[in-house]
Design a protein. Structure first.
Length: 307
């Protein structure tokens, strides 16, 4: 297995600068763990609340390293067929029917004996994300998103894959990776992952950012909004996250809120504006009531803002 190193930033600071250059603002620990993962050929398990930039980190690394991003979106009940490969049964059946027709017409019974070898060729193989990452001629970034939604049986299969980066297909033989993929596994921490999986990975915990860090993120995505207004927005989001909510607002929702306020031409965050746009960042009915009571009522009234 060969390694491609020409586009890899040499130091942690170089990688942090490169990530910022593609629009991702990493913390120091994020840049350090990402650099170690690339240099040591180790997968990274990235855990944290939803919407803190776990998936975006993989996308940013793919841009920085000039690699294709291969993404496996996990879900409950995901099996090997959907993650690794499966056979195109409809196409196989059509080939068998065609061969049978030819054999019957020509009276050649030996023609059917070659069908099994014929229908298990590569042209009938449907590559799923994990195999696509391994079989790719160019090095890739492999994102296994929300691994905590799968079961332990799927984790066991994944351990073998991450150890050797190869797949054995009974009908075709072994498929080995020609280059080392950069692998990120993300988890929203909805269930405890196995120790065996954690042991094979570097670990990165991404939490909601500090106020100044989130301010920089929102300013980068919505620079047209005034600095004063943006700071007030970020402060309010931080206050909302401090409440006991079913789903605290994510960084992406902070950015969406800033864009919505800019689109509406709002110049201050008063009670009316807050009430009208609250659904951009709060997505549960009970959370709406709680946030409106605990945060919204402390904001200035529209008339006071207009004076």
């Amino acid at each position: 297995m060969r390694r491609i190193v020409s586009t890899v930033p040499r130091t942690v600071d170089d990688l942090a600068a490169a990530l910022r250059g593609v629009g991702y603002l990493p913390g120091q620990r994020t840049a350090l763990v990402s650099h170690l993962a690339i240099s040591l050929d180790k997968p990274v398990l990235v855990e944290g609340p939803a919407g803190v930039g776990k998936t975006e980190l993989a996308k940013a690394l793919a841009k920085v390293l000039d690699r294709d991003l291969v993404r496996l979106q996990c879900y409950e009940g995901l099996d090997e067929a959907k993650a690794l490969y499966e056979w195109n049964y409809r196409k196989q059946l059509l080939r068998i029917q065609a061969r049978s027709t030819v054999a019957d017409a020509g009276g050649d019974p030996d023609a059917l004996e070659a069908v099994q070898d014929d229908v298990f060729g590569e042209e009938f193989l449907l590559q799923r994300p994990l195999m696509r990452a391994i079989a790719s001629e160019r090095p890739v970034v492999l994102l296994i998103d929300e691994i905590d939604k799968t079961d332990q049986e799927f984790e066991a299969m994944l351990l073998e894959l991450l150890s050797d980066f190869q797949i054995t297909i009974p009908e075709l033989g072994r498929v080995e990776a020609t280059s080392q993929p950069v692998v990120l596994l993300t988890s929203n921490n909805s269930r405890e992952l196995t120790e065996a999986l954690k042991r094979r990975c570097l670990y990165l915990w991404l939490d909601y950012p500090e106020l100044e860090h989130e301010l920089a993120i929102v300013r980068q995505h919505v620079p047209e909004l005034s600095a004063t207004f943006t700071r007030k927005l970020v402060e309010v989001v931080a206050e909302i996250r401090g409440l006991d909510l079913k789903k605290p607002p994510s960084i992406a929702e902070s950015v969406d809120w800033a864009r919505a306020l800019l689109l509406l031409g709002a110049d201050d965050l008063d009670q009316d504006v807050f009430r009208d746009t609250l659904s951009v960042i709060v997505k549960h009915r009970t959370d709406l009531d709680l946030v409106a009571e605990r945060v919204g009522l402390r904001l200035p009234q529209a008339s006071a803002s207009a004076d």
